[in-house]
Ligand binder design. Structure first.
Ligand code: NAD
Ligand code: TDX
Length: 339
């Protein structure tokens, strides 16, 4: 099997590349990635010499480059992780989110139609459902929950999802979609909540919690997400959407306090800063469908996953210190100085 993995130099994509090469030594994995600020070739260093792996630097919106890759590799499956992924950046600059997340998805699917594939899988997010109120813990997102987005990021992901379903209905493209909750684990880019708090705490810098920090996210260890996608591309039903989530809801403030405790840092580092515009209150996934149909369940307990994650950041300081010492510092100053 030949699989093109787009966005494989990013957080979840790289974990998926490692998972697939480990589990299926006969498969050929081709990573297509533009290497934006969020893509990091050093992450893929351990597999660069693997004869079953190839890295190609290209933009998913570049039709010529995408078509050339399909002609060279004859993929059976395409798994699309490539995206602009940070909600805060989408609030500052929505345009690139629409280009990559929607137009890039179209370009990839056009190539899939032209050259033929067995499966196109779209990696989507629970954010397409909008949010749930804090005072209704009985409510969860199912695959039938209406699309109701809040941010330019989630709108661009929802636009892509609708296009994927339209390509299935109109052209018969064999597609699947997974909508996953918040991931955490190794190689998570330091702009996101958990790695940002770990990096700041280690440097005894303020821990910037948006608003009161009562917003709830449903955290899933990245390896469990990769296993879900593996199951869906092999056994998922064409044309279907699968929700993926950890049944592991935590308020942001709880997460930050856990990180302080694990690192032996004082909670006095916590600083409440201006809230995110349009900030979603609560995400909570009902993963019954993927459990019943494909037997998927989250395997990593949060208490273990967060310890493993923190240890990874302690053991891999070079990886994230290189990132935060570069262009990222300008982003951080702009985003946090006047909040
Ligand atoms: P990330 O920002 O860490 O990585 C994105 C990768 O895509 C980077 O390697 C980047 O270089 C690449 N990329 C961006 N634009 C590209 C383009 N035009 N052409 C080719 N490559 C491009 O993101 P992530 O957190 O790993 O998320 C991966 C996917 O999973 C995204 O589609 C995201 O919407 C989805 N998702 C993420 C989460 C989460 O918690 N991180 C949860 C649910 C769904
Ligand atoms: O400095 C911070 N302070 C803070 O309070 C940051 C960066 C975040 N937050 C809050 C905002 C959110 O309520 O923490 C929560 C998590 O924020 P992010 O890590 O930015 O994630 P989120 O906005 O929930 O989106 C993530 O999960 C769904 C991914 O970035 C998306 O790509 C994915 O689709």
């Amino acid at each position: 099997m030949n699989i093109i993995v787009t966005g494989g130099a990013g957080f979840i994509g790289s974990n998926f590349v490692f998972h697939m090469l480990n589990k299926y030594p006969d498969y050929r994995i081709i990573c297509l990635d533009k290497l934006t600020y969020a893509g990091n070739l050093s992450t893929l260093e351990p597999v660069m010499d693997n004869p079953k792996f190839r890295f190609v630097k290209a933009d998913i919106c570049d039709r010529e480059a995408v078509n050339k890759l399909f002609e060279e590799e004859h993929p059976d499956v395409v798994v699309n992780f490539a995206a602009e992924s940070h909600v805060d950046r989408s609030i500052e600059n929505p345009g690139i989110f629409l280009e990559t997340n929607i137009m890039g998805t179209q370009t990839l699917m056009d190539a899939c139609r032209k050259y033929g594939i067995k499966r196109y899988h779209q990696v989507s997010t629970d954010e397409v459902y909008g949010d749930l109120p804090l005072d209704r813990p009985d409510l969860f997102f199912t695959e039938e929950t209406p699309i109701h987005t809040s941010s330019p990021y989630s709108s661009s992901k929802a636009g892509a999802d609708l296009l994927v379903l339209a390509y299935h209905r109109t052209y018969g493209l064999p597609v699947t979609i997974s909508r996953c909750s918040n991931n955490y684990g190794p190689y998570h880019f330091p702009e996101k909540l958990i790695p940002l708090m770990i990096a700041n705490a280690l440097a005894d810098k303020p821990l910037p919690v948006y608003g009161e920090g009562l917003n709830v996210r449903d955290w899933l260890y990245v390896e469990d997400h990769c296993k879900a996608i593996d199951l869906i591309i092999h056994n998922g039903r064409v044309g279907e959407v699968y929700n993926v989530g950890g049944h592991n809801e935590k308020q942001n403030i709880e997460i930050v306090k856990i990180i302080c405790k694990e690192l032996g840092k004082p909670e006095s580092l916590i600083t409440h800063v201006g809230d995110r515009k349009g900030h979603d209150m609560r995400y909570a996934i009902d993963p019954t469908k993927i459990h019943n149909e494909l037997g998927w369940l989250p395997e990593t307990k949060f208490e273990d996953g967060i310890k493993k994650t923190i240890q990874w950041y302690l053991d891999n300081r070079d990886w994230w210190e290189t990132i935060i010492s570069g262009e990222y510092q300008n982003y951080y100053d702009k985003m946090y100085s006047n909040r």
